[in-house]
Design a protein. Sequence first.
Length: 134
Amino acid sequence: MSKLSLTLTAAVLAIPALAPVAPAQAQSGAKISEIIVYGTDPCPRSTDDEVVVCARKPEAERYRIPEKLRTTGSLQSRQSWANRAIALETYGKNGINSCSPVGPGGFTGCNQQIIAQAFNERGEQNQADTAPEE
């Protein structure tokens, strides 16, 4: 027998060994319930027809938004449309206190804009560093 035919024969014989084995629970047709319990709440008991799997979380998490639904990212990405609209009101403004290269005194608003941005960033940083209240 050639090496190629031996390799092919070994590969064909190994295929059934690679087939995934179904879990015993899935074969029996039992239903799985995944439940989150908080604090010292009891976990419901499993029955013959149902397997109950409990995940225990601290009491402080009971009324919080679930982790997968909590927004992440910078405050700018989570900012309300009302706050974004305020920023859009001044877009295209020119003249005194506008921080634009157009019109007389257009540069005069640039320092004020930088100061306001620094205050906003400092407030966001303080808010991010503060632990949530329980």
